[in-house]
Design a binder for this molecule. Structure first.
Ligand code: ADP
Length: 439
């Protein structure tokens, strides 16, 4: 039997065979292996980057959360987050406070631990809690709500916005507007006082004006009388010529000048009286059928509309609340202006439309008239202001100032969007709910 060397032992032989196997495996799989290792390293790198990014975004989120939390807590507005509660029949029956800020706690005097997590019917001992239906509507539609409210418990006025946060949640944001309200009340009182003086002044100016009117007419008649007397007497030629010039030309010219200025002054005083009357009127607020109101006004101008070959389109208009007589005056001013300020270069199309809201509706009277230049847009609401043009269109420049007063009296707004050569759209915001007239 041949002698086996050390290397020839079965173990060594096995190792050698395995070694050779590994070598050949490495040889054939080495490139793939390297590729795989490179891939693993790359994905490892990406993983590390993603982890770092995750850390960064978590930090950014924490920072943003911190910022919003600080904002939430330090805001002077009262902010509270709520969740609607439904009864077994699936109807909203309550709302639960999830969180409220320091201002809410401080102003309402409701302790945080008795507010957060509690149903508001319990907190306020009022079932259902206030504005439940309105809040439920915000949650259902996603449309924000805005209202003003006087709180008897704090004796202050608030402007409240309600916004949906999704998943049955909503937030109320209330700002204390008592100072603004007080300032508004002072301004309103001052305005009332001014209107009172305006009324007295314009009323008292009327009487002397009537006298001037009467006496200037008499002056004209006297001149005619003297002229007739002159015909029966013999006068030196030069005197007769001079007197004839005075009586036939100068006096009638002066009388005409006085009469036309008196007429203008009379129109201005009438305007002042109209403005003061609008301000002083005690409103009778009731539901107003805007379709029949606008149809009535348009009907009254049908002759003019036909004559102008204008078209008037009336959309279905929601009812509003207000003083019907004043609202007729407001919309009549807008509609007659649309007819007056037409553009001869194109046909006139007038449209009355509206957007219904929960607390307010916005009505729009649009036309394809001459339009108003941007620098005039804020001035047209001033009493006696007329955009400077040839003056062929009659008017005293008080229609829009009266329209603005009427909108103000309703707690509403009026504004215009216009483009010269294209037309104008006058918007009027009016209450969609019953309200108590304050003036
Ligand atoms: P008035 O019509 O008697 O001049 P308003 O107060 O009603 O008085 O209007 C003020 C001015 O606003 C008008 O002189 C006119 O220049 C401008 N204006 C009003 N309505 C329109 C309109 N629909 N299109 C173009 N201009 C208008």
């Amino acid at each position: 039997m041949p002698e086996r060397s050390e290397n020839g032992s079965p173990e060594k032989l096995r190792e050698k065979i395995i070694g050779l196997g590994e070598k050949s495996i490495r040889k054939s799989y080495y490139p793939e292996l390297r590729e795989r290792i490179a891939e693993l390293e790359a994905s490892n790198g990406r993983l590390r980057e993603e982890m770092a990014e995750g850390v960064r975004s978590r930090r950014a989120m924490a920072e943003a959360e911190g910022k919003y939390r600080a904002l939430f807590q330090t805001m002077t507005e009262m902010v509270a987050l709520f969740e609607l509660v439904y009864d077994d029949a699936g109807s909203p029956s309550d709302y639960r406070c999830l969180e409220c800020n320091d201002s809410f706690v401080g102003t309402t005097g409701l302790p945080r631990d008795r507010t957060e997590g509690h149903a508001f019917s319990d907190v306020l001992r009022s079932s259902p809690p206030p504005h439940l239906d309105e809040y439920a509507l915000v949650v259902r539609t996603g449309n924000p709500l805005h209202y003003m409210e006087y709180s008897t418990s704090t004796g202050r006025h608030y402007s409240v916005s309600v916004v949906s946060l999704g998943s049955l949640r909503f937030a109320t944001i209330a700002a204390d507007i008592t100072d603004i309200k007080n300032a508004e009340e002072i301004i309103a009182a001052k305005n009332k006082e001014l209107e009172h003086y305006l009324h007295i002044a314009s009323h008292d100016l009327r009487a002397p004006l009537v006298n001037i009117q009467g006496f200037s007419a008499r002056l004209g008649n006297l001149a005619t009388y003297v002229k007739r007397l002159m015909e029966s007497v013999e006068l030196p030629a030069e005197t007769a010529e001079r007197l004839s010039d005075v009586l036939n030309a100068q006096v009638p010219r002066a009388v005409e000048f006085i009469t036309s200025n008196v007429a203008r002054m009379d129109r201005l005083i009438s305007g002042l009286l109209q403005i003061s009357r609008t301000g002083r009127i005690v409103m009778t607020v009731r539901r107003v059928d805007m379709n029949s109101l606008v149809r009535g006004i348009v009907g009254g101008y049908s002759y003019q509309i036909d004559l102008d070959r204008a078209t008037v389109e009336l959309d279905n208009l929601p009812d509003c609340f207000g003083d019907e007589t004043l609202l007729v005056q407001l919309f009549e001013n807008l509609l007659t202006n649309a007819l007056k300020y037409r553009d001869s270069a194109r046909s006139l199309a007038i449209r009355v439309s509206a957007t219904a809201g929960m607390t307010r509706n916005v009505y729009c009277v649009s036309d394809t008239g001459i339009g108003i230049a941007p620098d005039q847009v804020i001035r047209i609401w001033d009493a006696f202001y007329r955009v400077d043009w040839d003056g062929a269109i009659p008017g005293e420049g008080i229609g829009l100032s009266i329209a603005k007063r009427i909108a103000d009296k309703h707690g509403g707004r009026i504004w215009v969007e216009s483009e010269v050569g294209k037309g104008s759209s006058f918007f009027v915001e009016l209450p969609a709910q019953e309200f108590i007239a304050t003036e």
